[in-house]
Write a protein that binds this ligand. Structure first.
Ligand code: UDP
Ligand code: MN
Length: 440
């Protein structure tokens, strides 16, 4: 009985831990799963304070379960005693033994009653327990705030940040103190070693619909040479023609999943639907399968290292065409009717739509918001100037990225090299628009 209880408690704590981290150790078909949910539900009811406490302080949860079981046992014993006494009372009404048993039983009932009162008291009014747990909650909340959204209000007036200083030197930080990643601002060996210890999986979504399948070979082959080398990378490739996906030898711990989706006869529709597909993929799979996710254009090639320096909560890339442009000349959506509208007096950088990344949860929020805004526009028959890129720019303006990638991480092959960009890591290849897109 005792070992059984211990097992039950350990199982409860373990299961709660795994469930809260979205990594259920049991398969959905496992017959234990409904049981586990009942246990989690019932022990959550027994827990004083918010359920997250039992995650990190499992002992407190176990104590409370013990207390409850003790109370149950007491009540059980006294009730059994009571019924036994009622039966034997008729045969030996006034013996000494009988009196003693009656008293003992009354005592048990009193203890059970006191335990119940104690349990209720602890659950609803104990300041000492609550205080300890509250203090713990505050710590968690603080940590959460440090890492949470960097939202900024609309209409705020401040100077446009520069990417390259007047002396021609690159600026390594945004005015909200997020790093701008340039060659020379990080040690590749050190940063990769730090993140490698975390045993992370980086999901990478890429879309190759219609004639864009022709870009896949170079994209995948160059990624295998340069992109998160030595890390667990899982490519999720959306295409309407799985048979066109080239055979590319992947490194150790790297895999590719092909997902068949219908194409469209409008390229604008293809590019803007990427947000919706990303949102749904995160919901259905990535929450369980990855830590970080990047969504990348396929008409691209990696020319240099792209590693753990690019990891962060929410990642945007500065578009190579506009890093020295005044904000009022950014190609933002300027019609107030569109959800992507940005006034001329606002804007930090012009972000490229070819790269979006970060923690699965944060990319989910970004993709979901952009998809919702795109839907509102679509219902009003408005298409923003640069489809999902316009909506992404609006999102990043008011939800600041926690790390910004310099144009090293998104160049254009046709663009001549400049002094400030020392290394080109990822670049859009030259394409004949008329030949690859389904419509002009
Ligand atoms: N795309 C696609 N098929 C198309 C058009 C676009 O698969 O017919 C996808 C592809 O992943 C591409 C991305 O949408 O990289 C963005 O479109 P595109 O590269 O044409 O936009 P640009 O980078 O030229 O603005
Ligand atoms: Mn592109």
């Amino acid at each position: 009985m005792v070992s059984c209880l211990v097992e039950l408690q350990e199982l409860t704590v373990l299961t709660k831990h795994f469930c809260r981290h979205n990594k259920t150790p049991l398969s959905p078909s496992c017959p234990l799963l409904p049981c586990m949910h009942i246990i989690i539900w019932s022990t959550d009811r027994l827990t004083v304070g918010p359920p997250m406490i039992t995650d990190t302080k499992p002992k407190a949860g176990i104590m409370k379960v013990n207390f409850f079981l003790f109370f149950l046992a007491l009540t059980g014993f006294s009730l059994i005693g009571h019924s036994v006494l009622r039966v034997t009372k008729d045969t030996k009404p006034n013996s000494e033994m009988m009196k003693f048993l009656q008293n003992a039983n009354t005592l048990l009932l009193v203890v059970a009653f006191v335990s119940l009162t104690g349990l209720i008291f602890l659950g609803y009014s104990s300041t000492s327990l609550r205080y300890k747990e509250k203090r713990f909650c505050l710590n968690l909340t603080k940590e959460h705030q440090e890492n949470s959204n960097l939202q900024s209000p609309q209409g705020l007036s401040y100077k446009q940040p520069s990417v390259v200083g007047p002396d021609g030197k690159v600026v390594p930080v945004t005015p909200w103190l997020s790093p701008i990643v340039w060659e020379g601002t990080f040690d590749p060996l050190l940063i990769d070693s730090i993140y490698r210890q975390q045993n992370i999986t980086i999901a990478t979504t890429v879309f190759a619909l219609g004639k864009y399948t022709q870009f896949l070979k170079d994209f995948l082959e160059s990624a295998e040479q340069n992109y998160f080398v030595g890390f667990r990378v899982h490519y999720y490739l959306f295409t309407d023609q799985p048979e066109q996906v080239p055979e590319v030898k992947l490194g150790e711990e790297r895999q590719l999943t092909v997902l068949k989706v219908p194409s469209s006869n409008r390229w604008q529709e293809i590019t803007l639907r990427r947000m919706e597909k990303l949102e749904k993929l995160i919901e259905s799979r990535l929450v369980n399968e990855a830590d970080y996710v990047f969504s990348l254009d396929v008409d691209t090639k990696f020319y240099g290292r792209w590693g753990a320096e690019s990891l962060g909560r929410l990642i945007g890339v500065i578009h190579p065409g506009y890093y020295q442009t005044a904000r009022e000349q950014f190609p933002y959506e300027r019609r107030p009717e569109s959800q992507a509208f940005i006034p001329y007096a606002e804007g930090d950088y012009y972000y490229g739509g070819a790269v979006i990344g970060g923690l699965v949860k944060d990319v989910y929020e970004a993709a979901k918001t952009c998809r919702e805004q795109l839907d509102i526009d679509a219902a009003k028959s408005i298409e923003a100037a640069w489809q999902e890129e316009s909506h992404l720019n609006k999102y990043f303006l008011y939800n600041k990225p926690s790390k910004v990638l310099s144009p090293e991480y998104l160049w254009q092959d046709f663009k001549p090299h400049t002094n400030e960009v020392k290394i080109i890591r990822f670049s859009q290849v030259i394409k004949n628009y008329a030949a690859v897109r389904p419509n002009p």
